[in-house]
Design a protein around this ligand. Structure first.
Ligand SMILES: Cc1cc2nc3c(=O)[nH]c(=O)nc-3n(C[C@H](O)[C@H](O)[C@H](O)COP(=O)(O)O)c2cc1C
Length: 193
């Protein structure tokens, strides 16, 4: 078996009392049980990114972000929906790099009233422009399921919705692992040519 691809779980909200940590922790735990990928937390809070200024920036925060992204074979974005779009901090984080995203796959776990579907579609269109490869598979936490685990509702544990959302998460992991392995190998061949 080839070395599993190294994937980053990018947490797309940075606000102090964000809900994002709850699904992020659950996804990391679920991903840890797989042998076809490794999944690591990549928290935008740890980078304190400025708003985008220039591709030639020497801001160490941006350089650190680019270096971090460059080390991964693919990405799983945890996507909050703010006004029918991805968060501003996530869009800014996408804009801050180019080559480090290119020809790498991604998927998304969206949450919101309709499962963050509009924000995930918004992410897809932006990421395609970055020459990323979108997985057809994404997972969504919305409606009554979201209400069961979000603090604005029952605030139950993620295990309460595992049966409902888990299968789509596993399908997403499987597809992401395939693309991440395939594209990693293709990039290696292309780099050696
Ligand atoms: C500025 C803002 C805009 C929001 N817009 C939407 C929206 O368009 N659709 C939706 O389903 N939820 C929306 N919400 C509710 C969020 O889904 C909910 O607050 C969620 O917890 C945000 O994720 P976070 O806590 O990880 O930041 C919005 C929340 C904020 C703060």
């Amino acid at each position: 078996m080839t070395t599993p691809p190294r994937l980053a779980l990018v947490i797309g909200s940075t606000r102090p009392d964000r809900f994002a940590d709850k699904p992020a922790d659950w996804l990391l735990e679920r991903g840890a049980g797989r042998d076809d990928l490794t999944l690591e937390r990549l928290d935008l809070r740890d980078f304190d990114l400025p708003f985008y200024e220039s591709p030639q920036t020497t801001d160490p925060r941006v350089l650190a972000w680019r270096e971090a992204i460059g080390g991964y074979d693919g990405f799983l974005f945890v996507v909050a929906e703010y006004n029918h779009a991805m968060t501003g901090v996530l869009k800014n984080a996408l804009d801050q790099a180019t080559a480090e995203w290119r020809r790498k796959p991604f998927s998304a776990f969206g949450y919101g009233s309709v499962g963050g579907a509009r924000a995930v579609e918004n992410l897809r269109t932006a990421a395609i422009e970055l020459q990323m490869v979108p997985s057809k598979f994404s997972a969504h936490l919305g409606g009554s399921d979201l209400f069961r685990v979000h603090p604005f509702g029952g605030n139950g544990p993620m295990s309460d919705i595992a049966e409902a959302v888990g299968p789509s998460v596993d399908a997403m992991f499987e597809d992401l692992a395939w693309w991440a392995t395939t594209l990693r190998d293709a990039r290696t061949v292309a780099a050696a040519a």
